[in-house]
Design a protein around this ligand. Structure first.
Ligand code: MN
Length: 191
């Protein structure tokens, strides 16, 4: 299949100042588009042409994995935002978080620490393992919990291109701010 840039459920300037229009235009409009273009070029004429994105991420390696992983990771990342929610998870996801971390604030603290402390480029993940338990993962480069048999639920991109325009080197500040624009209804559906 031919992969296309996913449509954003908000305008390019809607997440500002937490994520600026300039960052959306670069990160979504240029970086993600490049991963998708590369992926389409790399899978042309291979068996992966017949696979959906998640299957390619599970089964590929090398350049195809890197571009498929980055396509999936960024799709999950950009579709989980909405302007000014300031909310917290509800329902089954909230129950699972409270069971593991006692309360949302404790979970948020551990997740943020993982995201801030991830060395180099990568992704912090909340994932559901095969027992239905939540796990926080730190993945380098294009890593995704699917390759460990887990379901991706929430993700923070900590590649510098995600925050350098808006926060320069202040990754911790970027991490602290994006909690305010998480669309928990979207994240709850993934759980
Ligand atoms: Mn990115």
């Amino acid at each position: 299949m031919i992969f296309e840039l996913p449509k954003l459920p908000y305008l390019a300037d809607a997440l500002a100042p937490i994520i600026s229009e300039q960052t959306i235009n670069l990160h979504y409009g240029k970086h993600l588009q490049t991963y998708i273009t590369n992926l389409n070029n790399l899978i042309a004429g291979t068996n992966f042409e017949n696979y959906d994105l998640e299957s390619i991420v599970r089964k590929s390696e090398g350049a195809i994995f890197n571009n498929a992983g980055q396509t999936l990771n960024h799709t999950l990342y950009f579709l989980q935002f909405m302007p000014n929610t300031g909310g917290v998870p509800k329902g089954d996801l909230a129950d699972a978080i409270n069971k593991k971390w006692r309360c949302f604030e404790d979970f948020k603290k551990e997740f943020s620490t993982a995201a801030v402390g991830l060395f180099g480029s990568g992704w912090a993940w909340l994932a559901k393992d095969s027992d239905g338990e939540l796990q926080i993962l730190k993945e380098s480069n294009a890593g995704n919990p699917l390759t460990k048999g887990m379901k991706p639920i929430l993700t923070f991109d900590v590649w510098e291109h995600a925050y350098y325009v808006d926060y320069q080197n202040r990754r911790a500040e970027y991490i602290e701010k994006i909690w305010e624009i998480i669309n928990w209804q979207v994240v709850e559906k993934r759980f």
